[in-house]
Write a protein that binds this ligand. Structure first.
Ligand SMILES: Cc1ncc(COP(=O)(O)O)c(C=O)c1O
Length: 398
């Protein structure tokens, strides 16, 4: 029998915080015992990496891309990333102001580890992408959450951030469009957040990984191109979402030259460099034709509209998303918590979604639904959910 040993040799470091994620684990266990579950919980595109990108990776391997690259990444990739950012209305970065990492995920940890001293405060929206919380904790920083609300389109607003600023505030995180809400922060609000950052001398981490996936003519304002912001902004982006390249593990951060050495040092220590083969594939992605991105965006848009219609049919409220590939639905009208709702939908309708508390939400009213299933499966999910929603309403008298 496996007897747990607790001794000096096996004790976890005090920085390790194993989160009480029992609901996620329970749901995954339930799902494992079910057949034909419609997965609306995932953040990994169901669409495949476009063929020309895969081909570039295969060719690169054939030509010997099996070695370390420059720690910052292939110079031609960094140049192409810089060109693409500028062409899309972002700031102008030179190749030595861009570092390619193992996904945007690595960039988040690198940034926190490079700039936080113990007790430094980091402002993060709630709900949000909880990797930010993990990274802050690992770097001994202090998480300061700012609640965002459906009535404001879940936008992080300068007005809401202001009262949370203290002399210990160090970093303001802006994730735009947002995971889990799928909402774009209006450009005028991003400008106000930037002014606040300048006023209070904050470093800004701007995660723009979903910025190519926007709908209803929404526009993502790149933070670094606003007046006075280049000097104090780390832009994080990647290939996982726009090019359906999650498994290639390739992302990057951009920052002015004076911020690079600290981050480059940590990146080298953690990863040496991003995988060479993935860098070659990413080069094909960013410098090749962009119609694949538009095609995937159009597919997500169709699914978004189908899901909005399905939720309207179910009488479930939501903030109509205009970015990313998520929808954040308010299930409080059904008379149960979001956690109960998700568990019941999985067991009785075989539809998998995750509740807001898994995204650090301050309330248990919302469910994140990802749009990573074809329209027909989204419609089927809604049809399976309808009788359960009705039964829950009857039981609760709502
Ligand atoms: C907001 C946000 N940033 C970063 C990441 C990490 O992406 P990558 O696959 O590039 O590590 C994700 C993944 O879900 C995300 O939602």
């Amino acid at each position: 029998m496996d007897t747990p040993i607790t001794s000096k040799a096996t004790a976890f470091a005090s920085r390790v915080k194993i989160k009480e994620s029992s609901l996620r684990t329970r749901m995954l266990d339930i799902a494992a015992g079910l057949k034909d579950v419609i997965a609306l919980g995932r953040g990994d595109p169901d669409l495949d990496t476009p063929a020309h990108i895969i081909e570039a990776g295969q060719q690169a391997l054939g030509k010997g891309a099996t070695h370390y690259t420059h720690p910052f990444g292939l110079p031609q990739l960094r140049e192409a990333i810089g060109k693409s950012i500028a062409a899309n209305g972002g700031a102008t970065y030179t190749a030595d102001e861009i570092v390619v990492t193992a996904g945007a995920q690595e960039s988040i940890f690198v940034a926190m580890l490079a700039f936080l001293n113990p007790g430094d405060e980091v402002i993060i929206a709630s709900p949000g992408y909880t990797t930010y919380h993990q990274a802050v904790e690992l770097a001994d920083g202090k998480i300061v959450t700012v609640k965002t609300y459906e009535k404001d389109g879940f936008a992080l607003t300068a007005e809401a951030v202001k009262p949370h600023i203290t002399p210990k505030s160090r970093i303001l995180c802006i994730v735009n469009p947002s995971n889990p809400t799928g909402m774009v922060i209006p450009p005028s609000e991003v400008e106000k957040l930037a002014k606040l950052a300048i006023e209070h001398d904050l470093l800004v981490i701007s995660d723009e990984i979903y910025s190519k996936l926007v709908y209803d003519n929404a526009r993502v304002q790149p933070v670094a191109s606003l007046p006075g912001m280049f000097e104090r902004t780390i832009t994080i982006d990647g290939f996982s979402k726009a090019y359906a390249m999650t498994g290639w593990r390739i992302g990057y951060f951009c920052a002015p030259k004076h911020l690079i050495p600290a981050m480059a040092e940590i990146h080298h220590g953690l990863a040496i460099c991003a995988a060479a083969v993935s860098q070659h594939a990413a080069l094909a992605a960013i410098s090749g034709p962009q119609d694949c991105v538009e095609e995937m965006r159009r597919i997500y848009d169709e699914r978004r509209l189908a899901m909005c219609k399905a939720l309207e049919g179910l009488g479930i409220g939501f903030a109509r998303p205009n970015g990313a590939f998520y929808l954040y639905a308010n299930v409080s009208s059904v008379g149960v918590t979001a956690s109960e709702f998700c568990e019941r939908m999985l067991k009785d309708a075989r539809v998998m979604m995750f509740p807001g508390p898994l995204y650090g939400d301050h309330c248990d009213d919302y469910v994140r639904i990802s749009l990573l299933q074809p329209v027909a499966r989204i419609q089927e999910a809604a049809a399976r959910m309808a009788p359960i929603v009705a039964a829950m309403r009857t039981a609760k008298g709502t």
